[in-house]
Design a protein around this ligand. Structure first.
Ligand SMILES: [Zn+2]
Length: 305
């Protein structure tokens, strides 16, 4: 990785700037998270307090700092400011820092910083609103493909994960295709509501940025994480159920229903986003590890994708 010498003042300066810039972009992510689900523009009006409608001054809008300085309250009316605002800012700051540490002084770094921020928005909006923003996935698909195409001619040393438009196209088709078919299957055969088209577009977009191997890796990681959390949640609901006084033996619970996850919406987008990020950061190592394990520990050179 082309990094300035570790612990040199320049290196530390770039780490600091990455984090700082990340918190500013995180502040914009918060605007997207507030306005996209409501169908509002993220550019035009300045931010206002939702209660007293007073425009928020620039000095009350400094990432992380203002939230602490204001004591998590609106300066004018005292409305509590959600913890999610500083959390998204800090998380995006850490994302930018991590991307810089991984990709260093390459063209890939700013590109993957933006991708990382986009995936943070996807994650929070899916948890909150149960939707995945088209504002990200629809431009993201052609953007990833265009980058792979440009990189094929000019960007072999840009540090991008995908330098081949064929790989990006395969990623889009495979990513979108697998989830689309899975969705059709769920609706047609299991007669259950599908995962939703947002996930289809999200994995297609990830495919454009990390290629077809990335799609398979992302699906594996996301399913693993998703089932791990799912099992933990079932255990939690069971435990909570057991902690309450047990109903008489002939009356199995209220309305006779068992404690299950049915009816609880479990968004898959956050797991796809996290899986995609893990693959973005550690893809070559994961593939090498997978191949080594598959071939019984035979020596394999680290693949350069
Ligand atoms: Zn207010």
């Amino acid at each position: 990785m082309p990094l300035p010498v570790e612990s040199s003042p320049l290196h530390i300066y770039f780490l600091f700037v990455s984090f700082l810039f990340g918190t500013i972009v995180g502040s914009f992510c918060n605007v997207c998270l507030c306005r996209w689900p409501a169908g509002e523009s993220v550019i035009k009006p300045r931010s206002r307090c939702p209660k007293c409608n007073k425009e928020i001054a620039w000095y009350d809008n400094i990432p992380l700092v203002s939230w602490v300085a204001l004591g998590a309250k609106c300066r004018n009316c005292g409305l509590p400011i959600r913890w999610r605002y500083p959390a998204v800012e800090a998380l995006t700051g850490c994302m930018f820092l991590a991307v810089y540490m991984r990709f260093g002084m390459t063209i890939a770094s700013p590109i993957y910083m933006v991708l990382g921020a986009a995936l943070i928005v996807v994650t929070f909006q899916d948890f909150d609103d149960w939707t995945i923003p088209n504002e990200i996935t629809l431009p993201g698909i052609p953007l990833g493909l265009a980058l792979a195409l440009i990189a094929m001619f000019f960007g072999k040393n840009w540090g991008l994960r995908v330098n081949d438009p064929i790989d990006a196209i395969l990623g889009i088709v495979l990513g979108g295709g697998i989830l689309y078919l899975l969705d059709c299957f769920t609706v047609a055969i299991l007669k259950k509501p599908g995962m939703g088209f947002g996930d289809v577009k999200l994995l297609a977009m990830l495919g454009a940025f990390i290629g077809w191997k990335g799609v398979l890796g992302t699906l594996m990681i996301a399913s693993f994480l998703g089932s791990g959390v799912g099992i933990a949640m079932i255990a939690w609901f069971r435990w909570r159920g057991a902690a309450q006084p047990a109903p008489p033996a002939d009356e199995p619970g209220e309305n006779g229903e068992e404690v299950t996850l049915q009816g609880h919406y479990l968004p898959f987008g956050p797991y796809l986003a996290l899986g995609g990020l893990i693959f973005l950061f550690f893809g070559p190592e994961l593939i090498a590890w997978y191949l080594t394990t598959l071939q019984g520990g035979s020596k394999i050179e680290i693949l350069h994708m």
